[in-house]
Design a protein around this ligand. Structure first.
Ligand SMILES: Nc1nc2c(ncn2[C@@H]2O[C@H](COP(=O)(O)OP(=O)(O)OP(=O)(O)O)[C@@H](O)[C@H]2O)c(=O)[nH]1
Ligand SMILES: [Mg+2]
Length: 250
């Protein structure tokens, strides 16, 4: 099974790839392959079995092509698309029960450009694939911010076209408690949005909250995890497996 971790910058993609991998190896005694698809990172907490940085890095592109950091990130996304067949062919050679894929820090270069959907589609031909959308409680300090964060998860599902589940990472932090309480109580969530007095934007935030609620009916509720403490990793494992038991390959 291929599991792709997607999320906003700093949400914990690399940490969760690492801690979930260790958990799978120790608790489930399965073989785990680790994949780094972030050409901009300088460090990964896990030892990658495949690393996009063997082809190119954002730093090299800046030097070689005289680009600024954003230009180099966009160029890296174009190159990743060009290399997609090669990447997927290399991944198909790695023997493992679970292949955990860490994706670029800036999710827009993976999800909103062609790269992510192309790689997801190629992997889908090889085997089962799930995208795990990671919520960062730090980016959902208000109810309206949470509605925006939820809409990004919906957009990811639409863009990647593979089964997508959502987790709330950093659930060891106090901010996570508020987020979970809003997610579990839709009426309270909506009341909070109205309390925030956003004027005309309240209606948009309410519509986004409704959209997310509708979406979660198909994908299950958001599971609280912590890459730091290991909380909820057993549930993440169950959900990844349930995706295929319940709906088969979508
Ligand atoms: N408290 C807490 N901190 C976490 C958790 N997961 C990640 N972090 C911290 O969040 C920061 C970002 O974690 P990363 O794993 O590098 O996140 P990322 O999404 O891979 O980041 P980029 O690739 O740079 O976008 C680090 O300081 C981590 O230690 C968690 O479960 N709890
Ligand atoms: Mg990372």
């Amino acid at each position: 099974m291929y599991i792709m971790f997607i999320g906003t910058a700093g949400s914990g993609k690399s940490s969760l790839t690492h801690s979930f991998g260790l958990w799978l190896e120790k608790e489930m005694e399965v073989e785990v392959g680790y994949v780094n698809l972030d050409p901009g990172c300088t460090y990964t907490p896990f030892k990658p079995d495949f690393d996009i940085r063997t082809f190119f890095t954002v730093k090299d592109l800046m030097e070689r092509e005289g680009l600024g950091p954003n230009g180099a990130i966009i160029r890296a996304a174009e190159l990743m698309k060009e290399y997609s067949d090669r990447i997927v062919s290399d991944l198909s050679m790695i023997k493992s029960d679970f292949m955990l894929i860490d994706t670029p820090g800036q999710m827009e270069i993976f999800v909103f450009r062609d790269t992510g959907p192309i790689i997801a589609e190629l992997l889908r031909k090889l085997g089962r694939i799930v995208a795990v959308y990671i919520f960062d409680p730090i980016l959902a300090r208000t109810a309206s911010d949470l509605s925006v964060a939820l809409s990004l998860a919906v957009a990811t599902q639409v863009r990647l076209g593979v089964p997508c589940i959502s987790v709330l990472n950093k659930s060891d932090l106090p901010e996570a408690e508020t987020v979970l309480s809003l997610l579990n109580h839709p009426e309270k969530f909506k009341a909070k949005i109205l309390e925030e007095k956003l004027g005309a934007s309240s209606d948009i935030a309410l519509a986004l909250a409704d959209l997310a609620q509708k979406y979660s009916k198909h994908t299950g509720n958001i599971t609280a995890v912590s890459a730091k403490t290991g909380l909820g990793l057993d549930r993440l494992y169950d959900i990844c497996r349930e995706v295929f038991c319940v709906c088969g390959e979508l």
